[in-house]
Ligand binder design. Structure first.
Ligand SMILES: C[S@@+](CC[C@H](N)C(=O)[O-])C[C@H]1O[C@@H](n2cnc3c(N)ncnc32)[C@H](O)[C@@H]1O
Length: 220
């Protein structure tokens, strides 16, 4: 019997890794990296991973990681588990960790939803989904990250009061996200502020004249 593969929210793409990224991979991956294997359901103890019992933030699809490094640097009391499939981004975030001597980031390589399945319920203080791939064509909407099953799983991983913060520069996706988030019984709209550093993809959207929407929901 063949196992049905889950629908991917990303295109596998290969990127070149420059010397700075390759050096960071060699030096820092052993201490800061985590490989996420599809189908692995081994529970992941986040306090053990970070070596302390601090609030945990999951950052999904961090791109090149500049925003993650800035947020984590400004927020030393919380730990950031950053997950990405794109290899140059992994190398870049590891390089930033080294350059800024950040101790509160771990870099996971693989599918964020596979990683989320390994986390304990109520284990996260926040989940960040900043500028997820919009998949604008209707036949690709099923690949969008913010959809009911994924949101239910993320809501369950948040502790009560924990925040799911999504942002997008695609108005249609913003509307669809809002519908999905409102429909999830475990979440309610939050009045929390949406301050965050501007991300690389956000800059592209702003340059193209697209409006930015932040959606923040809290686990009830
Ligand atoms: C449009 S980029 C945004 C990057 C960054 N957050 C920013 O705002 O600049 C979306 C990123 O999400 C990553 N991604 C998509 N689906 C993912 C998944 N299931 N797990 C981990 N990363 C994912 C992609 O590889 C891509 O780098």
């Amino acid at each position: 019997m063949t196992e049905t593969r889950p629908i991917r929210t990303f295109h596998p793409r290969r990127g070149r890794m420059g010397a700075r990224h390759a050096d960071a991979m060699a030096e820092l991956w052993p201490a800061y990296g985590l490989t996420v294997e599809d189908g692995d359901r081994t529970p992941l103890d986040l306090d053990e991973l970070f070596g302390r019992p601090a609030p945990k933030v999951l950052e999904i699809g961090f791109g090149m990681g500049d925003t993650t490094a800035t947020m984590a640097g400004a927020d030393p009391g919380r730990d950031y588990l950053a997950v990405e499939v794109h290899t140059p981004g992994i190398g870049n975030l590891l390089a930033l960790i080294g350059e800024r001597a950040l101790t509160n980031i771990r870099v996971a390589h693989g599918d964020a939803m596979e990683l989320a399945r390994r986390l304990a319920p109520d284990s996260l203080a926040a989940v960040h989904v900043f500028f997820p791939d919009p998949w604008p064509k209707a036949r690709h909407h099923k690949r969008r990250l913010i959809q009911p099953d994924n949101v239910r799983l993320l809501a369950q991983r948040l502790r009560p009061g924990g925040l799911l913060h999504c942002a997008t520069d695609w108005p249609h996706y913003a509307e669809a996200m809002d519908r999905v988030l409102v429909a999830e019984a475990g979440l309610e709209r939050s009045e929390a502020g949406s301050e965050r550093p501007r991300t690389k993809f956000e800059e592209r959207g702003v340059r193209a004249g697209r409006p930015i929407t932040d959606l923040i929901f809290r686990r009830v």
